[in-house]
Design a protein around this ligand. Structure first.
Ligand code: G1P
Length: 270
């Protein structure tokens, strides 16, 4: 069954990017005139997603405002004869819903809020910190292909330098073919001896049974309910795959990546 629904968890505090995140959610950081989250919504649309649930926290209303119509701008642009700019403020051509996460209890807790939205269908999760740019197929579409082929959950992967693996979910794998793996195990932020150099990278497709595993998951790394721990539990009962994403990845919470992202978009004229 092809994936039509996606959850975008955007409820984190953005502590790495303080003090700006006191006022501006990192998902709203400008990247060549558009907020970062718009690239993620566009990727979802380009990958065949038809409905998105964005999980927000109290200080993230700016995201809802941004994706809403701006009657004031529309009227103003009409009035000053700048109709040609109205296309710039179009709302995305997709059904968007929002839910607020009352407590910041981790990525797993944010995704768990999407249970009713996802219902009994496979669904995608896109972490808006991670932006994938390149000439290859959109990152989520790459995962969709493997999901459609296998019918099981798929996590997006990138090879990461050894010293940085402690910041990621890291898989133990069995290679299926070039860039495709079957998960044997997964560990969130391994303090030592990471099981491979394949790090989970902000894109996932899950079967709905993930929610039963999220319900059972208790607090893990950093005292938070970790999505990775639910995946660890899921793969004891169901096959789970990993797919290396061929587009370049930029982590918008990292200053260096943020600058590289802007540079790459400006250079390619995307
Ligand atoms: C989250 C996930 C982690 C994943 C990472 C990818 O961590 O918990 O498994 O590898 O995103 O960006 P965070 O970056 O929120 O600490």
């Amino acid at each position: 069954m092809s994936v039509k629904k996606a959850i975008i968890p955007a409820a984190g505090y953005g502590t790495r990017s303080l003090p700006i995140t006191k006022a501006v959610p990192k998902e709203m950081f400008p990247v060549a005139g558009k907020p970062a989250i718009q690239y993620v919504v566009e990727e979802a649309i380009a990958s065949g997603i038809e409905e998105i649930l964005i999980v927000l926290s109290r200080n993230k209303s700016l995201i809802m405002d941004y994706f809403d119509r701006s009657l004031e701008y529309e009227a103003f642009l009409e009035k000053v004869n700048k109709q040609h700019l109205i296309g710039k403020i179009d709302t995305p051509d997709i059904h968007l819903q929002y839910i607020r996460q009352p407590f910041a209890e981790g990525l797993g807790a944010a995704v768990k809020l999407g249970r009713r939205f996802a219902g009994n269908e496979p669904f995608a999760v896109l972490l808006p910190d991670d932006i994938f740019i390149g000439d290859e197929a959109p990152a989520l579409a790459q995962l969709s292909d493997l999901h459609n082929e296998t019918g099981f959950s798929v996590v997006g992967l990138k090879k990461v330098k050894n010293e940085l693996l402690k910041n990621y979910g890291v898989i133990k794998e069995e290679k299926v073919s070039e860039g495709k793996y079957r998960l044997i195990d997964i560990v969130e932020k391994p303090k030592e001896s990471p099981p491979s150099n394949l790090a989970v990278s902000g894109r996932y497709i899950f079967t709905p049974s993930l929610f039963d595993h999220l319900e059972k998951t208790t607090k893990g790394a950093g005292g938070e309910l970790q999505l990775t721990d639910a995946v660890k539990s899921l793969l004891k009962e169901e096959k789970c795959y990993g797919m290396e994403i061929s587009r370049n990845r930029y982590d918008i919470g990292s200053e260096a990546d943020y600058l590289r992202l802007i540079q790459s978009i400006m250079e390619s004229g995307r």
